[in-house]
Design a protein around this ligand. Structure first.
Ligand code: KIV
Ligand code: NA
Length: 275
């Protein structure tokens, strides 16, 4: 299993880091088999798996439940779990306790937190307590209400300057990596060069140290629309919808189950059954 130190080495050697979200056993298993560098049990869980319209409703219990499934599917893959909405803002104590649950009950190797400012202190406290932390800047979905929608961040010079400052603070506080979401590619490049920890981009261009995508977007599974930055590599929705439609038709037309998919009794047993 790759560890935080390996991700740092990958940045130093110029090998790009591949990261993907996973929320369940089969996805985690397939991602590990395909050779993913690390997995994220993202709170995007709330949107792509649970059907909420934002990540705000996701609870710590949800994250533990799904992290356990991912760890069972990918026991040899470094797994990061999101600290959910409002679990790391009220106090350092609650932050540490929640992170401990994600690690001890869920089996997460690290946690991810969104934002800078007061969150920087939390990164410091978590790291000091032995919790590897991934930071997350740019578009921070837990703040969608404050940001006024899912929009590109850091487009003006002053916003970009703040982003770079925040990124440096996250690194100084002990974060082992940083997710940069939905920012102009030029700024992502600058942040990646400014930091010594790996920067994992999503909607941040090609010059970050790695990439992350949401699994359901990447394979088009149950999502109707994907953002501009997503590349979909297959169409699971089409395959699943088509499969279900064929099944329904077979049932209605009495084509399923056929003999091949049925059990049978020996003739003599059948005869003695009816005397
Ligand atoms: O929850 C999530 O999927 C994430 C990624 C978009 C980085 O935080
Ligand atoms: Na998230």
């Amino acid at each position: 299993m790759k560890q935080t130190t390996q991700f740092l080495k990958m940045k130093e050697s110029g090998e790009k880091i591949s990261m993907l979200t996973a929320y369940d056993y089969p996805t985690a298993k397939l991602a590990q088999e395909a050779g993913i560098d690390l997995l994220l049990v993202g709170d995007s869980l709330g949107m792509v798996v649970l059907g909420y319209d934002s990540t705000v409703a996701v609870t710590t219990a949800d994250m533990i439940h799904h992290t356990k499934a991912v760890r069972r599917g990918a026991p040899d893959t470094f797994t990061v779990t999101d600290l959910p909405f409002m679990t790391y803002h009220l106090s350092t104590e609650e932050t540490l306790k929640t992170a401990a649950k994600l690690m001890q009950e869920g089996g997460a190797h690290a946690v991810k937190v969104e934002g800078a400012g007061t969150v920087v202190d939390r990164i410091h406290a978590l790291t000091a307590a032995g919790v590897p932390v991934m930071a997350h800047l740019g578009l921070t979905p837990q703040s969608v209400g404050v940001l006024g929608g899912y929009k590109v961040q850091g487009k003006t010079a002053s916003q970009a300057e703040k982003l770079i400052r925040d990124a440096r603070e996250c690194e100084a506080a002990g974060a082992f990596a940083l997710v940069l979401e939905c920012v102009p590619k030029q700024i992502a490049k600058e942040v990646s060069e400014a930091l010594s920890i790996p920067v994992i981009g999503i909607g941040a261009g090609k010059d970050t140290d790695g990439q992350v995508l949401v699994f359901h977007d990447m394979v088009l599974f149950g999502v109707d629309r994907t953002p501009k930055f997503v590349k979909s590599y297959t169409d699971v929705s089409r395959a699943v919808r088509g499969g279900i439609a064929s099944y329904i038709e077979d049932v209605k037309e009495k084509r399923f189950p056929d003999d091949e998919h049925s059990f049978s009794m020996k003739e003599e047993e059948l005869n003695s059954l009816y005397g």
